[in-house]
Design a binder for this molecule. Structure first.
Ligand SMILES: Cc1cc2nc3c(=O)[nH]c(=O)nc-3n(C[C@H](O)[C@H](O)[C@H](O)COP(=O)(O)OP(=O)(O)OC[C@H]3O[C@@H](n4cnc5c(N)ncnc54)[C@H](O)[C@@H]3O)c2cc1C
Length: 570
């Protein structure tokens, strides 16, 4: 069972915080409940409430920090909480503008950069003919979100991302990092007419330091040497009369208060908080076997924003990839209770799970079109026994993967096959863990995968049917594109079980097109902004995976936007 495979050590654990909060006196709860769990009608999963104030357990009470316990107070114009994708872009922009600002980060370093960066109509993309129809993209994202979004906010990302790219790119180029634009193949995807715009920008060499976050941090520290406070863990926001006036942090020295004219919350999502996940993300918990989130993203920022009068998106929006490889018989969902709950998987992402090979449930039968956004497959599997699925392929998998030509980070498989990497090396993590099953006959493979009796017969029939569909080049069960069908006839045969792996959450504080946090009346709270995964109003229900890199792209743009706005630059 693994809690996570990502992240730096946090200087204050959530367990410590919850214990501290429990000792604190009751604090004003106010309008923050609206949109989360209306009084008297707790939403699914929030049955357990704080008896004293009818506060859901996942939210808890705002801690009361006595003035006498504050060891130091600082003053600034702009307080940025969280030095991740969004916070660093805000800090770098504030540094350029000569603003008086502080960026307060829980850890002693910045998080690992997310390399697949979604930018609309950058100069290099346009130079390669990758122009994106911004209005179509706006409406595509709105469709993914079922309309539960702020179109003005999405448009701000579309309109300002090329400018943000230019700003970041100058820093990256100065460090010898070159941007590459991924051009998605011009072919049908997902069994219907999805938009697959040119968005994905990666810096060479990916995952080799210095990466984007490191370079922006260096820029900040050079231009504003005293601005960064590591090991400052947000405890609560200071707020009064409809405004946020700063925040209190736990540090090695004790509690530090930072008073600010404006505060930007950029603390990421809440994937590392199983209590919040169980209460707010039913569908995600029901279809995940593994975690690949950042351990620091424990939702304290979101809770603090609600305590300060903010309102959370009504519906969940998880980021789940179809890569949580597990052994036969493992179910989706947490093991353990409450704060200690964790997903069972130990492999954080087995990339081959995103290839549209034949996938069957525990009864040995296909249940959906496998050529689909990562989380769509997981959600469909979540309606099958155990929430898991089994992916099956044969010795010709490398050629199949090249033909499938998937996009985004699943395209990594294609790149590795094109480079001649042996298939079993590509799935080495699952192979070494004994999760990858390999056999010379399909009967033997079925047994290794745990199919018995009727399920084994059904599995063998299913392979036969799938092979016939490949021969006919027509999926008359689920409408998968013909080029994404594959034959399963050439030994050795391979199979492995999967559930989803949880990366982050994307439902957060409702914000307007200026990233101002909204209260229960949809009015901005004074001096209070949110950006990135702690903010909402952008996604709903899913992560639009074919809009590659939109998560980190919008986080960067939102962070920069807030700082530019406060600096009077826009
Ligand atoms: C493994 C993985 C891979 C991903 N790959 C991609 C990708 O390729 N493309 C893409 O678009 N998206 C990707 N994502 C999603 C993307 O990382 C996020 O959407 C994006 O980073 C959000 O930015 P953020 O600034 O909101 O949060 P983060 O970048 O997570 O930063 C939040 C910061 O706040 C700090 N913090 C948290 N709590 C506190 C507190 N109480 N006090 C002070 N500081 C605090 C954290 O330590 C962290 O530094 C990936 C996510 C994961 C987990």
């Amino acid at each position: 069972m693994s809690k996570t495979n990502q992240g730096n050590g946090a200087c204050m654990t959530r367990r410590n915080f919850v214990a501290g909060a429990a000792l604190a006196g009751a604090a004003a709860f106010g309008a923050g409940m609206t949109g989360c769990a209306p009084k008297g009608a707790p939403e699914a999963g929030t049955a357990k409430t704080d008896a004293a104030a009818d506060i859901p357990a996942w939210l808890g009470q705002e801690p009361d920090i006595a003035d006498a316990d504050i060891v130091k107070t600082e003053e600034t114009d702009f307080l940025i909480i969280g030095a991740g994708t969004a916070g660093l872009c805000a800090a770098g922009t504030a540094a350029d503008a000569g603003m008086k600002f502080i960026v307060a980060e829980k850890n002693d370093k910045v998080p690992e950069t997310r390399e697949y960066w979604g930018i609309v109509n950058s100069k290099p993309a346009l130079a390669q003919g990758g122009e994106v129809d911004g209005m179509k993209l706006l409406n595509e994202l709105t469709r993914y979100a079922s309309g539960k979004c702020n179109q003005g906010l999405i448009k701000m990302w579309i309109d300002e991302s090329a400018e943000t790219f230019d700003w970041v790119d100058a820093m990256m180029a100065a460090q010898g990092k070159q941007a590459v634009v991924d051009m998605p193949g011009d072919h049908a995807t997902g069994g219907t007419d999805y938009m697959t715009p040119v968005l994905q920008h990666i810096y060479l060499t990916p995952y080799q330091p210095p990466m984007r976050n490191d370079i922006i941090l260096e820029h900040v520290q050079q231009k504003a040497p005293d601005s960064v406070r590591f090991k400052h863990a947000l405890v609560k926001l200071d707020h009064a009369e409809g405004s946020v006036t700063g925040a209190v942090f736990e540090t090695d020295e004790g509690y530090v208060r930072i008073n600010a004219k404006n505060t930007l919350l950029a603390t990421g999502g809440y994937p590392a908080n199983p209590v919040m996940m169980n209460a707010l993300q039913f569908a995600a918990v029901g279809c995940c076997t593994a975690s690949s989130y950042y351990l620091s993203d424990d939702g304290l920022g979101l809770r603090a924003g609600i305590w300060a009068g903010g309102v959370k998106d009504a519906d969940a929006a998880p980021m789940i990839f179809d890569r949580g490889a597990v052994d036969a018989g493992v179910d989706c969902g947490y093991l353990g209770e409450g704060d200690d709950a964790a997903f069972p998987g130990t492999i954080f992402q087995e990339n081959i799970g995103s290839q549209p090979f034949m996938k069957v449930n525990r009864k040995g039968v296909r249940f959906c079109n496998e050529s689909t956004p990562y989380d769509f497959l997981c959600f469909q599997a979540g309606q099958q026994p155990g929430g898991v699925w089994c992916e099956v392929f044969d010795a010709n998998a490398p050629e199949d993967i090249l033909r499938f030509d998937t996009m985004g980070c699943s395209g990594f498989a294609k790149q590795m096959m094109a480079a001649g990497m042996p298939l079993e090396e590509f799935v080495a993590a699952s192979k070494d863990a004994g999760i990858l099953k390999k056999a010379d006959t399909l009967e033997e493979l079925a047994e290794q995968l745990g199919f018995e009796g009727e399920a084994k017969d059904a599995f063998l029939d299913q392979v036969e049917r799938y092979n016939a569909q490949f021969d006919a080049q027509a999926d008359d069960d689920f409408g998968k594109e013909a080029y994404r069908l594959s034959a399963i006839r050439t030994a050795p045969f391979y199979g492995l079980w999967f559930g989803g792996t949880l990366l982050t959450t994307l439902d957060g504080l409702k914000i307007d097109e200026e990233c101002r946090v909204l209260d229960a009346k949809n009015e901005p709270i004074g001096g209070f902004y949110a950006a990135g995964d702690v903010s909402g109003s952008f996604f709903s229900g899913n992560y639009p995976e074919y809009i590659v890199g939109v998560a980190s792209g919008r986080s960067s743009v939102q962070g920069r936007h807030v700082a530019r706005k406060l600096a009077g630059d826009i």
